[in-house]
Design a protein around this ligand. Structure first.
Ligand code: BGC
Length: 498
């Protein structure tokens, strides 16, 4: 195993939390179309379906808010393990549902687990990672999310051939397996060294760092130096800081909270989940005839999402966060704009007696829309997907990191919830108008990132403190940061974030 092998291993194991996130958010969309499911729950109407789908996201919202406190109090590791137990309970209730009430309660409980994992996993990964591969390790959770979405889709697809209630019970129940794998594997994973130091367990932290950085050599200079840095940072934290949620509203943390919340909201405002949740409706609407064709197009979509995350894992620490986000916004904005023009110029909208919309577009423009949708997913997966989670997990100091991340993560779930609720209405009502709205948001986000978001790749904690206590106009602040870098005695590229 290479030098960072242990860090990769711990990062990869905890990323299974991302798999649960993706699987559970993806699994319901095809189940809603399954005959045995509809018959068992007496054909829920749009409101019933809305409640069943969105209760998961509501649970995620609540779970992520609680996770901040839990992860500080009981450790990142134990919080991840507890979230697995809660998740299994929620999945078991859903799987064994005898009525709608049980299904809804099960969705909410599973959501508590997913929300908790979605906050704790990136924080844990970023705390065990050496700075120069931190982006990569946190991207692993995003990759796992895409795998979860993908596997859920194809398992649903396979199960729709079963002609009994197992058709829907199986895909829901099977997610207990990865949750158990995560639970058991986490027993063997270390505590976050930062959390250990913060809880006065310095000797253990020393051992963990040695395991993560140097194959167990406690005398390794890098290990000793890093431990000293963490101790120093925790000492300074204790002298200067109160550890309450109130601190999130005060200088110098407030700016970072705003940036963390904005980046998570913008990640949802890319509209990715309009595609993830409703792709088959959109594909059908724009002319892909037959259920199978649109299902297949959605399945391919999942594969594209997963594959396009790989470049981010490989190169995000080289590309940096700012440029990558701006590039992603440009890609998303342009693809939305082309979809809006192609649809707006050629649609002849009709609505059938069941309320299904057909845009009656000619073949050319309708294929163009589908290709643009895939290019959009690629633009998202390489950029906003991973960085939406990386950035908040790395900008806060130890004392407040998990509390702050619980707020940023909850904002992500809140907007996920809102978009899930309004998108199906807008897709039918304003069709290409929705593409135009997303295009405008994406173009505006280029300016927002350029003006307000400092670069964070390869930085350690002291650098973060310097970077975020300067001018709020990030693009004007380069001179000061360059001066700081020139005054540094060490090579910041290989330093760790505390
Ligand atoms: C987002 C999810 C989305 C997924 C798609 C994640 O980063 O937070 O809302 O469904 O990416 O890959």
């Amino acid at each position: 195993m290479g030098k960072n092998g242990q860090a990769y291993l711990v990062g990869a194991i905890s990323a299974i939390g991302g798999f649960l996130f993706g699987y559970d958010t993806g699994v319901m969309s095809s189940i809603l179309e399954m005959d045995f499911w509809k018959a068992y729950f007496h054909n829920p109407g749009p409101t019933g379906v809305g409640v069943i789908v969105s209760l998961l996201t509501a649970g995620c919202f609540v779970g992520s808010l609680f996770a901040g406190w839990l992860a500080d109090r009981f450790s990142r590791k134990r919080t991840i393990m507890s979230a697995c137990v809660v998740f299994c309970l929620g999945a078991a209730i859903q799987c064994g549902s005898r009525n709608r009430g049980m299904l809804i309660v099960g969705r909410f409980i599973a959501g508590l687990g997913v929300g908790c994992l979605s906050m704790t996993v990136p924080v844990f990964q970023s705390e065990i990672a050496p700075a120069h591969i931190r982006g990569r390790l946190v991207s692993l959770q995003q990759w796992a999310i895409t795998w979860g979405l993908l596997v859920a889709f194809w398992i649903d697809y396979g199960c729709h051939f079963i002609k009994s209630d197992a058709q829907w019970r199986l895909p829901i129940g099977i997610q207990i397996v990865p949750a158990l794998i995560l639970f058991v594997s986490m027993i063997f994973m270390p505590y976050s060294p930062r959390w250990l130091v913060d809880n006065d367990r310095v000797d253990e932290a020393h051992k963990v760092l040695a395991r993560l950085r140097s194959g167990g050599n406690m005398n390794d200079t890098e290990v000793v130096e890093e431990l000293e840095e963490i101790k120093e940072a925790v000492r300074v934290d204790r002298e200067t800081a109160v550890r309450s949620y109130l601190e999130l509203l005060r200088f110098p943390i407030r700016r970072r909270v705003v940036l963390g919340v904005v980046i998570q909201i913008l990640q949802q405002l890319t509209g990715i989940n309009v595609i993830m949740y409703y792709a088959s409706t959109i594909f059908k609407q724009s002319g892909l005839s037959g259920d199978n064709a649109s299902l297949l197009a959605q399945g391919i979509n999942g594969v594209v999402n997963m594959l396009a995350t790989i470049p981010a894992i490989l190169w995000i620490d080289r590309w940096g966060r700012r440029k990558t986000l701006m590039f992603g916004s440009l890609g998303c904005g342009v693809t939305y704009f082309i979809q809006a023009v192609a649809t707006g110029a050629t649609q002849h909208k009709t609505v059938d007696s069941d309320g299904n919309v057909n845009l009656n577009m000619p073949d050319g423009p309708s294929y163009l829309v589908i290709v643009m949708m895939y290019l959009f997913v690629i633009s998202f997966a390489m950029t906003w997907g991973p960085i939406g989670w990386i950035y908040p997990s790395e900008i806060f100091p130890m004392r407040i990191r998990s509390k702050a991340n619980s707020i940023t993560t909850a904002s992500n779930w809140l907007f996920n919830f809102i978009i899930g609720l309004v998108a199906p209405i807008l897709i039918k009502k304003i069709t290409w108008g929705l593409d135009l709205i997303f295009a405008i948001i994406m173009f505006a986000s280029i300016g927002i990132i350029y003006v307000f978001f400092p670069e964070t790749k390869n930085r350690n904690l002291e650098d973060m403190e310097v970077i975020f206590t300067g001018s709020a106009w990030a693009y004007k602040d380069k001179q000061r940061i360059a001066e700081y870098d020139n005054g540094q005695h060490h090579n910041i590229d290989t330093k760790e974030s505390v």
